[in-house]
Write a protein that binds this ligand. Sequence first.
Ligand SMILES: [Zn+2]
Length: 433
Amino acid sequence: MGRLRFLFSASGLSLSLFLLASLQVFLVIDAKTDLNPIDRDLYHSSGELMEEIKGLVDRHPDKLTLETVKSKNKGYEAEVAVVTYGRRREEGDDRSKFRILLSFGQHGRELITSELALRILSILSEEQSLPDMDPASLNSSLNKLVIKVVPMENLNGRELVESGDFCERRNGRGVDLNRNWSVDWGKKEKDYDPYEENPGIAPFSEPETQIMRKLALSFDPHIWVNVHSGMEALFMPYDHKNTTPDGVSSQRMKLLLGKLNLLHCHERCMIGSGGGSVGYLAHGTATDFMYDIVKVPMAFTFEIYGDGAASTKDCFKMFNPTDVDTFSRVLNDWSAAFFTIFKLGPHQLGEIPSKASASKLDRWVSIDEYLDGYLMERSSRYGKKKEVFELGMQEIRTYFRLFLLSSALLMFMFCSRISKGKCSRPIVSAIPL
Ligand SMILES: [Zn+2]
């Protein structure tokens, strides 16, 4: 009897478990049918996109070159393809030209940005054209430029998205590549979500960021644009605080963004500092590093598309157009915006030597850059001490600045005391603190 009761209750239990399981399966299927998959009629796979780019480079060796940079860290390997556009290329020619560095696909789920990279490269190689651009004036603008394009900065993260994880924005080992740079790195806001914003164990811990940093420091661009999606916005520094920088360069950036908004964003784009406009502060971003450390005079983050009405579970739709009309509209509008930058950017910035003379002065400022490199090298050599070193970086910088300031004051006092005429060099103004 007791056994029979057990059998009955056991079968009742399995029946309810079975019903529960079926319900769950039904719910999962139902939820999945609401989500948009990647439409292969609109979007290339990462492999196809690279093939298209290689095809362009092969067909236009006079304009385009391609290099693939690889880097490895603790068994994690990353590669970044860099396409360089420049006419009548000669050795050493890059330095005399106006230099523009563009990065796309830093976040895995923002596939539309890499489609835009391909469109821009197709127009640069003259296989596609812009409807409203006069070819003669475009040609004269492009002759003065060298443009480096990184079409898919986060290839490993993108591959996760392509295998079905549509909400993934981080790299192949869970680090947000736009929080892995050294300016104000690692600071966490109250609403910090490691799934979205994990900054990594140290600044430049990720091979992708290391590759991009090297590229930026060696190329030394006049304009940097980090291209994202999720909303429509034209951002300038800073991301880690809600203000824009002071001075002429800030005015120039605002002016250019205002023109782009008017001409190409139907005045819908939000303009201003990333930190002040987007509703949250972002620490350790690429654009803040480009502006503060690489001293790129015009450093931007563009957000080229967002669907605010999409369900927050439907990541693909939140970050990427899902119908052919919107897809084409976004690519047309934003490729035109970039060609406006190619045309207006050099004028906006004035003469090219302004960057060269500025960068001579900045050799002093680049103590930050030096310390970053030095500490990174030490941290990788000493393994476990890495985080201690990184945490100490801010303090070391502060002490170094104080040291420079006090030395300058001492020298100034010394000079003015012992020989009023001899020390006529303006010591204080040469110290960029
Ligand atoms: Zn993004």
